[in-house]
Design a protein around this ligand. Structure first.
Ligand code: 5GP
Length: 218
């Protein structure tokens, strides 16, 4: 028999949600840097760009009018209003990636996760990241000098609304230690990639294996 080829599979939609400041951005950035075959779903948003952000890399920053046109034209897989701004996931890049066996990472909130579950349940693997304590969450938000005091207060309030959704997720990470949380996030991705249901070609692979076994036996 020839060398065993990698068995083709459909891509995974790896959704990571958390309140702002729980460490999600660092975890997902590390994952993108260190894992092959994972792309980031770039959301569209109507929120103002932060100084550190690049259009087309962190988000595609668009007007409310354009957002509404995309939403009404069914160009978004999911969308939500968060902190008074609109955010949404463009459909086309996701469908292309999954069909090509490429995994996609989504940094979206619980509202978006619920919509993806409703539409694409077997494709979605979801992870919720919790901060180790309320005090630590506050400290982390304050350390991020880009946001004003008013924004920080709003984000803390929003955390209290986001956190109760933790039990709608497949996996939960309490982010006490970034390295440990990252190892766990990677382990989740590795295990999920091995799931039988993702590999339709396994049927023909196993059929061939059995046929070859019979020949050897024969
Ligand atoms: P930020 O403004 O801090 O970048 O993001 C605020 C929140 O919006 C975060 O919880 C983030 O996960 C969420 N978010 C970002 N993009 C999307 C999206 O496309 N859809 C949904 N539903 N939430 C998003």
């Amino acid at each position: 028999m020839n060398a065993v080829p990698e068995i083709a599979r459909r891509g995974i939609m790896l959704v990571v949600s958390s309140p702002s400041g729980a460490g999600k951005t660092t975890l997902t950035r590390n994952l993108l840097e260190q894992e092959e075959n994972v792309g980031l779903s770039i959301s569209v948003t109507t929120r103002a760009r932060r100084a550190s952000e690049i259009d087309g890399i962190h988000y595609r920053f668009i007007t409310k009018r354009r957002f509404e046109a995309m939403r009404d034209g069914d160009e978004l897989l999911e969308w939500a209003e968060v902190h008074g701004n609109y955010y949404g996931t463009p459909r086309e890049p996701v469908e292309t990636a999954l069909g090509a066996g490429r995994d996609m990472l989504f940094d979206i909130d619980w509202q978006g996760t619920q919509q993806l579950y409703a539409k694409m349940r077997t494709d979605v693997v979801s992870v919720f990241v919790l901060p180790p304590s309320a005090a630590e969450l506050r400290t982390r938000l304050e350390r991020r000098a880009e946001d004003s005091g008013e924004v920080i207060t709003r984000r803390l309030r929003n955390a209290a609304e986001e956190i109760p959704h933790w039990n709608e997720y497949d996996y939960v990470l309490v982010n006490r230690d970034l390295d440990k949380s990252f190892t766990r996030l990677r382990a989740i991705l590795t295990a999920e990639r091995l799931k039988r249901v993702l590999k339709p070609n396994l049927h023909s692979f196993v059929a061939e294996l059995l046929a070859d076994l019979r020949k050897i036996d024969g």
